[in-house]
Design a protein around this ligand. Structure first.
Ligand SMILES: Nc1ncnc2c1ncn2[C@@H]1O[C@H](COP(=O)(O)OP(=O)(O)OP(=O)(O)O)[C@@H](O)[C@H]1O
Length: 551
């Protein structure tokens, strides 16, 4: 278990390092600035030591003025270097946000939905909100902690010049820091992950409530929403308290450590001073350096929560950024003005390991033919259509498209030749035109209008003020079910497709409208696979297959 936790944290560290590696140029510059800032900040104790030396020797002269000016210049340069660091960090933060945004946008449509079937994608995407958190802790991660480490190293190095005994101080200091981190980091990381898990679960429940707000509004006397929230909150608070326990232990170790080191240094410094092994100037300077070192150690330990947060954030962001993409073949399905043939042989498929939705299914459709898949709700009609989109690959049996296994085709080229209308597709926030054409500006507007006429959507468009440019709300909230269906149907039949997969396409339409659409599709010569509960649709089709529930 300890080893497993160890590997989890080392994997997370590797992930964050490879993320930072992308900005190695900027990060190197930050560290060069850190080294210079660390060196320059030492000008303060060294300058003071020399000034005291001058004062003690009674030689107040212009050289003191020069020295003071040098100390001030050192302080200014250290500040200047810090501003440069800030600029670079800002640049990296911006790039980080852009990188995750693009990665999420690019990957979402390519995700393997069969592997992610158990997840609710909109909820999974909440992990994106860890990107701003990661941005915020970048400063600590890239500047505060490394400069603290550099200051500790330089400080110990400088002290060793005063007396070799200070070298022992340096080594003890490093050993204690390493021990504190070694004994606490695994627990710190696992409790941080657990806290974050419950954070997302709580957010997810709130979203679920918001989605179904009417259910909770109309259900009188229910306290289920609060009970669920309460359960999640108590688990969140337990995880968070246990995480804080780790941080508290680190802070306590720091306090004890500070007391011991301060005592040891004062005793050592005073003894060396009394034995005249160091002078008063060196004594004061060494104390300033020790204070600087202690300050840096404090900064380092105090920022550990940010380290855990960043490691956790990268881990969570990767739930989408590194989620499995669907596998694709390489063969391009050629674009032709004719339908494609589809053949399924002994196809057995289920969403879960031990579940069978389709059992030894066989079907064959020739180019341009129309097939009706008829069956009651739950018999697996949608599942057949889903398999033909190439999205669900884990199944047994063979699916041939134009004589070649479906897995051999490049997914994009395959879907380019398909018109797809599945029941669970949605309207997205955007104009009616965007929802139909999916942003394809090359499309002939006259064709879009013709298709809207066929599906009956033009009637609705005619009533709107902005016509095709009317902005639709998420899920098409302001639309009736019929209007949503008409938009999705227009989207599915708009282009010249070689295969058209449609689930209950003629719902809400008049006989005349159905006839118009059937004739339009027949002209395009597309092969059509139509899934429906209604046998009446058989009259448009050449073949019918019957699906039985759990056949
Ligand atoms: N994403 C999924 N994950 C797990 N099980 C699923 C999923 N989608 C469908 N199922 C299950 O597969 C079976 C077949 O569902 P499918 O949607 O293919 O049937 P259908 O005939 O199209 O039903 P309907 O006409 O109501 O849409 C059902 O028992 C359903 O519970």
């Amino acid at each position: 278990m300890a080893n497993q936790k160890q590997s989890e944290i080392s994997i997370a560290i590797r992930k964050i390092l490879s993320l930072l590696w992308l900005d190695k140029g900027d990060i190197t510059a930050i560290y060069i600035y850190s080294i210079f800032a660390g060196l320059v900040s030492l000008s303060l104790p060294l300058g003071i030591q020399t000034i005291i030396g001058f004062v003690q020797a009674g030689s107040i002269s212009t050289s003191i003025v020069v020295l003071i000016a040098l100390v001030l210049l050192g302080t200014f340069i250290a500040g200047f270097l810090q501003v440069r660091q800030l600029q670079l960090i800002e640049k990296i933060e911006q790039k980080l946000f852009v990188r995750y945004s693009i990665e999420y946008a690019e990957r979402l449509p390519l995700l393997d939905i069969q592997k992610l079937n158990k997840y609710h994608l909109p909820e999974l995407v909440n992990r994106f909100f860890d990107a701003p958190g990661l941005q915020k802790s970048l400063h600590k991660l890239l500047v505060d902690i490394p400069s603290a480490i550099i200051q500790i190293l330089f400080g110990v190095l400088l002290l060793s010049f005063y007396h070799p005994l200070f070298i022992a101080f340096g080594l003890i200091l490093l050993a204690i820091i390493v021990l504190i981190l070694r004994f606490t980091s695994n627990k710190g990381f696992s409790t941080s992950i657990e806290t974050s898990d419950y954070k997302f679960k709580s957010a997810s429940w709130l979203e679920e409530m918001a989605r179904g707000v009417k259910t909770f509004k109309y259900a009188r006397h229910t306290t289920l929403h609060l009970k669920k929230m309460d359960g999640l909150l108590s688990r969140y608070l337990n995880a968070r308290t246990s995480h804080f326990g780790v941080l508290k232990f680190q802070y306590w170790s720091l306090i004890v450590f500070k007391v011991i080191i301060t005592a040891a240094m004062l005793i050592l410094g005073v003894t060396l001073l009394v034995d005249q092994q160091i002078n008063i100037g060196q004594f004061i300077a060494s104390d300033i350096v020790i204070l600087l070192i202690l300050g840096s150690v404090e900064k380092m330990i105090g920022n550990m929560d940010q380290v855990y947060e960043s490691l956790t954030a990268v881990e969570k962001l990767d739930k989408v950024a590194k989620a499995a993409l669907e596998v694709s073949g390489t063969f391009e399905l050629p674009a032709k003005e004719e339908g494609i043939s589809v053949e399924m042989t002994d196809v057995t498929f289920g969403y879960e390991e031990n579940e069978t939705v389709l059992n030894n299914l066989n079907l064959k459709v020739e180019p341009g033919e129309w097939l009706l898949i008829h069956g009651s709700s739950g018999s697996g009609k949608t599942s057949v259509l889903r398999l033909l989109t190439g999205s669900f690959r884990k199944r047994s049996g063979q699916i041939l498209i134009d004589g070649l296994p479906i897995g051999n085709y490049d997914n994009v080229s395959l879907r380019k030749q398909m018109g797809i209308l599945l029941g669970k597709q949605n309207i997205f926030e955007g104009s009616i035109l965007e929802n139909i054409t999916l942003g394809d500006n090359q499309l002939d507007l006259a064709l879009v209008k013709k298709v809207c006429g066929l599906t009956g959507l033009s009637e609705f468009i005619g009533k709107t003020e902005d016509g095709m440019n009317t902005i639709l709300e998420p899920f098409g909230r302001q639309l009736s079910s019929k209007e949503v269906h008409q938009i999705l149907l227009s989207r599915a039949i708009l282009l010249q497709n070689r295969l058209t997969l449609m689930e209950e396409p003629f719902r809400y339409l008049s006989e005349e409208q159905i006839e118009g659409i059937v004739n339009y599709l027949k002209e395009t010569k597309t092969t059509v696979i139509l899934a429906s509960e209604y046998m009446a649709n058989a009259k448009w089709c050449d073949k019918v297959i019957e699906l039985k529930q759990n056949a």
